[in-house]
Design a binder for this molecule. Sequence first.
Ligand SMILES: [Zn+2]
Length: 115
Amino acid sequence: MALPHLLYPAPAIGGFDEWVHANYQHHLAVLQALRTQTGYPFTLYSIFPAPVSDQDIATWLEEHAQQHSDMCAATGVVSTDLSSVDFKDPSQRDSWMFYHYKEHEAVAQALRLTV
Ligand SMILES: [Zn+2]
């Protein structure tokens, strides 16, 4: 799924699940490029399927933040702390989604990814 789908989840029911899947797909593409370009076996953390409970979300945020930390460190992209956000707060959610998207975009550019 293309990068623009990562900016914000669709507001419809199931939108968050689709966003988590698109995010996962892009992380797989990044991981493949990192492994190919560096020869280093970068880790795929537990970022799919979508979290359900608040506890699952907290765990997912930690795992996903580690995924970002690794890819940003490997590509020299300045990373933001994505390990905590209240998705029920529209302001926090939109801010988090924006910074999250910008990291995917910057890493994709660094790796010359076309997806
Ligand atoms: Zn991500």
